[in-house]
Design a protein around this ligand. Structure first.
Ligand SMILES: Nc1ncnc2c1ncn2[C@@H]1O[C@H](COP(=O)(O)OP(=O)(O)O)[C@@H](O)[C@H]1O
Ligand SMILES: [Mg+2]
Length: 320
């Protein structure tokens, strides 16, 4: 396995239960995650994200396939976890100790621990002012921040976070997003995070795998996945002529003075040239990128046309 892969999953599968009770939580997942990227594992609740991460962390045994971290089969080479920091569920802390005391306690048991790191991390996750209060007074979001600080104590190269912004308020989400980006951009870390929030993944991740009902449906650069199906909205006169010209080559719909063209983003100049060539006046052009949410719905629908969205993805507020 080449070192440039932080994570590789090969035909990874997990079934819980037997017979009629059998649940195929993860089915035949293949993924390669390169070092230095923020990779999003996106899917609705129950898609199989946590189960995949638990196999990756060797917390449960796969029914089929293998997981590799830095080229090492995790079941055979547990030593590789020295290079990994993971937050898989809400971290367990001592309630009666303060956040700082909890981290210091963990730090003492961690190898390669440098003094000053606890202070540094408390600051990084925005907890300096609350570090000296007992954990029992913390909100879910504060515990989440402390949990992330704890995963970073040993300065791991790969950071695995299961739904890292769960329980955070809008400001907390913003901070967390900036912090995760800085881990990759300033410190060269690889981050693998799961999320059921499209905007989260859209804004934080370089690459994304979309998982639903245990299957990875798509994988790619966030920009590629979004750019592929963009829509060009054009206000043109006369609209009938615009429709006639463009519908020869593209999928076109029109309403009122506007015409919508399904095209790749780099086809815009060609589309406009065509209109000009046929004496259509172009008044306005708007490129409307498909959101990841719309994209996800198209992907899951095309995957199984009989299935309706029983578990819609949760939306965040627009401006978070
Ligand atoms: N220990 C378990 N026993 C039985 N079923 C489980 C267990 N853990 C998860 N599942 C099932 O596996 C599927 C995937 O769950 P999970 O990986 O937690 O999804 P996600 O993290 O994407 O929300 C769900 O249908 C869930 O009910
Ligand atoms: Mg989960």
């Amino acid at each position: 396995m080449p070192e440039e892969f932080a994570i590789q999953l090969e035909n990874l599968g997990k079934a819980f239960g037997r017979g009629r009770q059998r649940v195929d939580a993860v089915r035949n997942v293949n993924l390669g995650i390169q070092t230095g990227v923020v990779f999003g594992f996106l899917g609705p609740n129950g898609a199989g994200k946590t189960t995949t991460i638990r196999m990756l962390m060797d917390l449960i045994r796969p029914t089929s396939g293998q997981a590799y971290i830095f080229g090492q089969d995790v079941r055979r080479n547990p030593g590789v976890y020295k290079r990994v920091g993971a937050l898989v569920k809400e971290a367990a802390f001592y309630d009666y100790l303060t956040g700082r005391q909890n981290l210091e306690l963990l730090a003492r048991t961690a190898r390669d621990y440098r003094s000053g790191r606890v202070d540094y991390l408390l600051n990084q996750v925005g907890m300096d002012d609350r570090a000296d209060r007992p954990v029992k007074t913390y909100s879910t979001g504060m515990k989440q921040r402390l949990g992330i600080a704890a995963t970073l104590l040993t300065d791991p190269e790969l950071i695995i976070l299961d739904e890292p912004t769960n329980g955070l308020d809008p400001d907390g989400i913003k901070d967390m997003r900036a912090f995760i980006r800085s881990l990759a951009e300033e410190q060269g870390k690889t981050v693998f995070l799961s999320s059921h929030q499209l905007r989260e993944v859209e804004r934080v991740c370089d690459r994304v795998a979309i998982i639903n009902q245990g299957e990875v449906l798509r994988e790619g650069a966030v920009s590629e996945l979004l750019g592929r199906r963009s829509e060009l909205r054009i206000r043109a006169i006369p609209i009938q002529d615009a429709h006639a010209v463009l519908s020869k080559e593209w999928q076109v719909t029109s309403d009122g003075a506007w015409i919508s063209v399904r095209a790749r983003p780099n086809e815009s100049p060609k589309i406009i040239r065509q209109l000009v060539m046929f004496d259509v006046d172009v008044h306005e052009v708007v490129v409307a990128k498909q959101s990841l949410e719309e994209y996800f719905l198209t992907v899951t629908k095309s995957n199984d046309p009989t299935r309706r969205e029983s578990e819609p993805l949760q939306k965040e507020d627009e401006d978070v």
